[in-house]
Design a protein around this ligand. Sequence first.
Ligand SMILES: *Cc1c(COP(=O)(O)O)cnc(C)c1O
Length: 645
Amino acid sequence: MSNFASEDALALYNVDRWGSGYFGISTDGHLLVHPKRNGEQIDLMEIVKEAHERRLHLPLVVRFHDLLRDRVQTINLAFIDAIAEMNYGGVYRGVFPIKVNQLREVVEEILDAGKPWHFGLEAGSKPELLAALSLHTDPESLVICNGYKDTSFIRNALLGRKLGKKIIMVVEKLEELAHTLRVFKDSGVEPMIGLRVRLLSKGAGKWATSGGENAKFGLSTADLVEASDMLHAAGLADALKLVHFHVGSQVPDIRTIKRAVREASRFYAKLFKMGHALGYLDVGGGLGVDYDGSRTTFDSSTNYTLNEYARDIVYSIMEVCDSEAVPHPNIVSESGRAIVAHHSVLIVEAFGSIEKNSRQAAIIATPDDPPLVSELLAIRNDLTRKHRLENLHDAQDIRERAQTMFDLGLLDLRAKARIETIYWQISESMVDMFRGLRYVPEEVKELEIALGDQLLCNFSVFQSLLDHWALGQLFPVMPIHRLNEQPDRNATLVDITCDSDGKVAKFVDLQDVKETLPLHRWKPGVPYYMGFFLAGAYQDIMGDLHNLFGRVNEMHVYLDTDEDRGYYVEEVLPGSTVGQVLSLTQWDVNELARRMKAQTDAAIKADVLKPSEGMRLLDDYEKDLTLYTYLDLDDQHRPPTPPQA
Ligand SMILES: *Cc1c(COP(=O)(O)O)cnc(C)c1O
C-alpha cells in the first residue's frame, strides 16, 4: 500500500488552485465535481461507468449545468455586491457573448440562470443574432450587437426593436452608423446605438491586439465626434445609449482593465456632455480564467479575483463620472470565458504508452558484445555520485559513436538496441541521483523530459483543445482516478491524429510551465482515464475535423440527491459518425456503399471472395459508416462491457 493519499494528489495537480472550489478528490482517489461549490458532488468515474452502460464511447464531454448556473450567479453577484458596497448609482446588466459557446443548451441555461438579474446576450454575427433574437424574451435584458453588420443584420435588429427588445447596435465603423440610421428611418422605432471606442490602453497576453490604436474594431476620437454630429443632425441624439470597449480576452493583469475602464469612462462622460442620453457603459470581455492557478500575470493566469475585477470596474467608472459630474451609467460586461470555461470536462481514455526504457530487463555483458556495448555497460555498473556528470558525458559520447557506426553499417540491430537500452538506464539513474537537489543542471533536466513516456490518448487536440495547439494556451489535465496511488511516471500526452503536433506537452504549473505530467504507468487491459478541465470556452466551436475526427459525445448532467449517483443525465448528444464527417467533405455515404458493393460483387464473381464472407465484410463496412469516428477501445483492451446492472 502506498502512503500517497488524495490530499497529496490535490497538491500535486494543484486542484484547489485552478479548480476554484469546483473540483476535489475522494478518499478512493476519484476526481469529484462540486457544481455548486458545496457538499454536493459528482464522481467522474460514476459518469464513465454510466457512459459504458449506455454504450456511449469516450472521448466524452460532460457538461455540468449546475456549475454553469453557479458561474452566472457568481458573476452577477460580484457586480451587485460591488455596486451596493460603493453606493453606485447604476445597475449591472451583463450579457453572454454567444461566440464563446453557441450550444443551444448552454445559451438557454445561461439565460435561465441569469433571469433574476436580467442577464442578456451578445451577438457578433448574423447567425448569432438570429439565435439570440428568438431565445431572448426579457424586455429588461439587453441584446448587444457587435461585429460588422450588413443590411439584413440591421433589419433583424429593427425587428427586435419592434418586438420591444432592448437591442443595442454597437457601431464598429462610421459607415455602419449611417447605414443603421437609413434602415431605421421611417420605421416608427428608434434604434438603440452604442459606440465602440478605440482605446489607447492596450492589454498584455495573447489577445492584446484587440485593443490599442491599431485594433481591428472601434472608432477613433475624430470618428466619435463625427458620430455625435450625425446623430444630432438626424434628430436622434438620444438614440445613443451605450459606450463600448473590449481590450481582448483573458487579460492577465488587472491594471490593464483599470486603465481601460478609466479611459472609456472619460469617453462616456464627454459624450454624455455632448448632449446624449447615454445610459450604459459596456466594458466588454477579458475577465480571465486562472487556468494554472498561479494568480499571476502569466498568459494562462490572472492576478486578480472576480470580486476584485467587479470592484475595480465599479470604482473606476464612479471615480471618473463623479469628477465629470455625470450620472453613473448602468454597467454591462460581456464575460464569456469566465462564465463557460469551468462547466465542461473532457474525459479521454489512454490506450497505450511509449516508454524510452520499457524493457526493464537487466542487461548483462556477454562475450559477443562489441566494445562499445561493453564500455557502456562498464559505465552503467560503476556509476558514482561523485563523477555522475562525467559518467553521463561518457555515455553520451558512446551513444553518438554507436550511431556513427550504425550509419556506416558496422553495428547490427541487436547491438544498437542494447546500447540504447543501457543508455536510457544510465539516464534514469542520473535523474534519480539529482532528484530533490536544489541545483539540477540543465542537461539533466532535459534528460528527465526526454525520459518521459508518451501516453497515447483516444482524442484529437484539433477537435477538442484547439487553443492549446494554436496558441499554446494551457489547460489543467490530470487522471480522474487512481489519485490515491503515487504517480510513478512522467509523461506527455499524444492524440490519435496523424500529426506530430497532435499532442499536449505543456502543463500548468505554479511556476512557469511543466514539460511533463506526473502519471501512473499505463498497463494493458487496465483502463486509465484522463480529464481535461476548464475547456468549456471557445474550444467546442473552434475545433476542426483534422483527420476527420468529428465532434465528441456529450452528456449533460444535473445534480440530484434523490438519485443513487447524485445526478441525472438530462441529455445525451451523440458525436459525429464516420458517415457524417465524410459527407461534410462531399462524400455521399450511399455512393460509397454502392461502390464497395460493386467491388465486392466483382471479387465474388472472380472467386477471390466467398459470397458469405463478402457480404459480411460489406455489412461491416456499411455499419462502420454509422459509428463514432474515434477508436473503439472496447474490443481491444478490455473484456466486453459487463451487462447492465
Ligand atoms: C470575444 C468577445 C467577448 C468575450 O470575451 P471573453 O474574454 O471570453 O469574456 C466579449 N466582447 C467582445 C466584443 C468580444 O469580441
